[in-house]
Design a protein around this ligand. Structure first.
Ligand SMILES: *Cc1c(COP(=O)(O)O)cnc(C)c1O
Length: 414
């Protein structure tokens, strides 16, 4: 049995889905729920000015993390909105120039579904495939660009497999061709070096709750020089955020986003080293004790705290049930009532079975070595137990090539 002495259960290891608010962030936010409650758009009294100052400070903190200026930061309700605003906003603004957008098949749903909606409105979308390591092929990107291409949207870091795309090279290609480059930087900003100037990025989406800030607040970076990017607002109203996003600002949330960015910037160096060591320990413990496990995506181009592993010869649901004191995500997406294999893992070439028996481990700021040890021990224990019950694993051990076995169709009489 795995030792439970040192750790508190359940263990949270799903930091790609969301993160716990850092105490430093919470502390910064608290006054803005009570004493300092003004509307940042109120121009003629102290309450409004103080709120506006807090928002300005947060805007600076966000800008500083990504190498932008405060005026280039549009505050939003999160990265889903930022991605919608970036892609639809550019599509509408540059419609005269062209109707073609390039993205990739492993993007977050909010990018893919935004693109699908644009297809209904006459835009042409290219969904680039990825290689088995999860990266796009730059030559394919180059070939896909035409005179009609107005935008390329490729994420910096993937939320399911943690792989990092070569955004600097992508941005360079885009700029050579005069095409705007948007990146969903939710999983990258604050975790690995990300700089909109050095990385040749024109638009970038970030979200507070993926970097130990509150849920429901995010930002879109919109470049103002070389080139100056223009957007058609997708939310009409009072003209907040220089007309790009109307709506009363969520002051406590924005203060939290700013604080989260500042803490991330301060801690990134040490934190990424610590998370890398934890992740390597997890990988080492699992892969040294189990055979037939596969790591999804490049090991080289990867977020430090991220790993996604497929366990062959175990059934995904049984595996998850066996580790129900550990919060992780599986390679199955609950779409309505059915379990669909992850489209990201399938894009890397994983079969349905292997995709279903995959687990995403997302290590974060509050995970410890003791938790990693517990999780590794438990995973090994459960996978071994399930495989003992698996006739397929038995056959594999006996050296039977399962791909060559012809299964007899058995009549079902019950
Ligand atoms: C979480 C996430 C989003 C959505 O962000 P929200 O702020 O929750 O809307 C978009 N892209 C990626 C890569 C994410 O991980």
């Amino acid at each position: 049995m795995a030792s439970e002495a040192a750790v508190k259960l359940p263990i949270y290891m799903d930091n790609h889905a969301t993160t716990r608010v850092d105490p430093r962030v919470l502390e910064a936010m608290l006054p803005y729920f009570s004493e300092i409650y003004g509307n940042a758009a109120s121009r003629n009294h102290e309450f409004g000015w103080v709120a506006e100052q807090a928002v300005d400070k947060a805007r600076e903190q966000v800008a500083k993390l990504i190498g932008a200026t405060a005026k280039e930061i549009v505050l939003t309700s999160g990265a889903t909105e930022s991605n919608n605003l970036a892609i639809k906003g550019v599509a509408e603004m540059y419609r005269e120039k062209g109707n073609h957008i390039i993205t990739e098949v492993t993007e977050h749903k909010c990018v893919l579904d935004t693109c699908k909606r644009l297809e209904k409105h006459g835009y042409r979308i290219t969904y680039l495939p990825v290689r088995t390591d999860g990266l796009i092929d730059l030559d394919q990107l180059k070939d896909a660009m035409t005179d009609e291409t107005i935008l390329v949207s490729i994420m910096a870091a993937n939320n399911e497999i943690g792989i990092l795309q070569p955004i600097r090279e992508i941005g360079k290609l885009c700029h050579e061709k005069g095409v705007l480059f948007h990146t969903d930087a939710v999983q990258a900003a604050g975790k690995v070096p990300f700089n909109v100037i050095e990385d040749n990025v024109d638009l970038a989406s970030v979200s507070a709750h993926k970097i130990y800030g509150p849920k429901g607040v995010g930002a879109l970076y919109v470049r103002r020089r070389n080139p100056r990017v223009q957007l058609v607002a997708q939310m009409d109203g009072g003209g907040h955020e220089r007309g790009m996003r109307s709506g009363t600002l969520n002051v406590p949330g924005i203060v939290g986003l700013g604080a989260a960015c500042e803490v991330a910037q301060l801690d990134m160096g040490e934190e990424s080293k610590r998370l890398f060591a934890l992740r390597e320990s997890l990988r080492e413990q699992i892969t040294s004790q189990l055979d037939e496990v596969y790591i999804n995506g490049s090991m080289e181009h990867r977020l430090p705290g991220s790993i996604n592993i497929s366990f062959a010869y175990v059934e995904g649901e049984s595996l998850l049930m066996g580790i129900n004191d550990i919060a992780v995500s599986s390679g199955s997406a609950c779409t309505s009532a059915t379990l669909e294999p992850s489209y990201v893992l399938k894009a890397l070439g994983a079969g349905d079975e292997l995709a279903h028996s995959s687990i995403r481990f997302g290590l974060g700021r509050f995970n410890t070595q003791a938790e990693v040890d517990y999780v590794a021990t438990k995973i090994v224990e459960v996978v071994r137990r399930l495989r003992e019950l698996s006739p397929l694993y038995e056959m594999h051990k006996e050296g039977i090539d399962l791909s060559k076995v012809k299964w007899a169709a058995e009549p079902v009489n019950h």
